[in-house]
Design a protein around this ligand. Structure first.
Ligand code: GLA
Length: 412
């Protein structure tokens, strides 16, 4: 028996070593990256005369960097300030290099990167594998090396590489590979964020083993919107495809369910709690897209919640999965380091009040999470100790409509 157990452990360790060896070997994103990204909240406003506070400009990123450093975001772990689409001038320069719109980014990206670095933060930028970005600015097609070198020379720390306007699936895949290699050749540490599987999926089943060799995280599904229906659709898609996508995630490579929209207009408090809890269960990169100059104390407190962030950033780096679905309830778990588990109970019913969900603790961790006993701590919606439970106990959890209760289960 002991020999069998030893063999099993050996096989598991060998499999983990192979998986680790196959992740993009740039040493980055050992836990899901965290930061701020402009797209969902600020889209593509380029008329700074009409809308100086919201247009995509140097000023916007300087102000976000200031807030991130001054208001506790950086200290909570949010380190990347990321530019999305629409930062560029409409054409490349005489040497064929990309350039920022000179009116909106008077210091250039180099100047902005210096500023962001002076605040102890990192700068992310955006480009596209095809001939044009999704919003119609110059894309990187045929310029992968030059663009990677340009970004590195500016001091960029992350590249979000979109997949619009590629002429074929072959060119799309080749472009994602070439840009990864080009970034590596610059010698600068640049996190590589891809949308490769999302653009492939309608026509071809993505090869995640390959994608993980080239990307630090990758989008699988549609853009997040500031709405509960959007959050729900992302969770439903993830649960439906968990057999293919969960096992591939780990240190160096993550599934990216898109930005956190907490602090905007579309989510209620309960729904915000659900997004935060479930993004932690999914080991998702945490990029907020909101206005840090105007954010409610509640949203800020939720986004900076140290216990949830610790679950998201757990060093074991295993993505969670849905265990069970019963009427309107969903039970999710995520294995954590030191034999702990994060457990989420989500109530999808949108009529009536709080509902109770009762489940057996033997469901958790393949029966091992509470064997022989465990201590349970509620992390969200508020932190609270629930005490010690035996293996065959049941747990009854009250969850508000569209809300989630997030628990941490520790071995005793
Ligand atoms: C695509 C991406 C979004 C955003 C926009 C920019 O839709 O999925 O995240 O980058 O392009 O145009």
């Amino acid at each position: 028996m002991a020999a069998v157990r030893w063999m099993l452990r050996w096989v598991a360790a060998a499999a983990a070593a192979v998986a680790a060896a196959l992740a993009l070997d740039n040493g980055l994103a050992r836990t899901p990256p965290m930061g701020w990204l402009h797209w969902e909240r600020f889209l593509c406003a380029t008329d700074c005369a009409a809308d100086p506070r919201r247009c995509i400009s140097e000023q916007l990123f300087v102000e976000m960097a200031d807030r991130m450093a001054a208001d506790g975001w950086r200290d909570a772990g949010y380190e990347f300030v990321c530019i999305d689409d629409c930062w560029m001038a409409p054409t490349r320069d005489e040497q064929g290099r990309l350039r920022a719109d000179p009116k909106r980014f008077p210091s250039g990206i180099r100047g902005l990167a210096d500023y962001v670095h002076s605040k102890g933060l990192k700068l992310g930028i955006y480009s596209d594998v095809g001939k044009k970005t999704c919003a119609g600015f110059p894309g990187s097609y045929n310029h992968y090396d030059l663009d990677a070198q340009t970004f590195a020379s500016w001091g960029v720390d992350l590249l979000k590489f979109d997949g619009c306007n590629s002429d074929s699936l072959e060119l799309l895949a080749e472009g994602y590979r070439l840009m990864s290699l080009a970034l590596n050749r610059t010698g600068r540490s640049i996190v590589y964020s891809c949308e490769w599987p999302f653009y492939l999926r309608p026509l071809q089943q993505p090869n995640y083993t390959e994608i993980k060799q080239y990307c630090n995280h990758w989008r699988n599904f549609y853009d997040v919107y500031d709405s509960w229906s959007s959050i729900k659709s992302i969770l439903d898609w993830t649960a439906l495809h968990q057999d293919t996508i969960v096992k591939i995630a780990g240190p160096g490579g993550w599934n990216d369910p898109d930005m956190l929209v907490i602090g905007n207009f579309g989510l209620s408090w309960e729904q915000s709690v659900t997004q935060m809890a479930m993004w932690a269960i999914m080991a998702a990169p945490l990029f907020m897209s909101n206005d840090l100059r105007r954010i409610s104390p509640e949203a800020k407190c939720l986004l900076q919640n140290r216990e949830v962030i610790a679950i998201n950033q757990d060093p074991l780096g295993k993505q969670g999965y849905q265990l069970f679905k019963d009427r309107n309830f969903q039970l999710w778990e995520r294995p954590l380091s030191e034999r702990a588990y994060a457990v989420a109970v989500l109530n999808q019913q949108e009529i009536g009040g709080p509902q109770n969900f009762t489940f057996s603790l033997t469901l958790l961790g393949n029966g091992l999470a509470c064997n022989p006993a465990c201590s349970i701590r509620q992390v969200l919606p508020a932190s609270r100790d629930w005490g010690v439970y035996g293996w065959i106990s049941s747990l009854s959890v009250e969850v508000n409509p569209t809300g989630t209760v997030l628990l941490k289960v520790l071995p005793v």
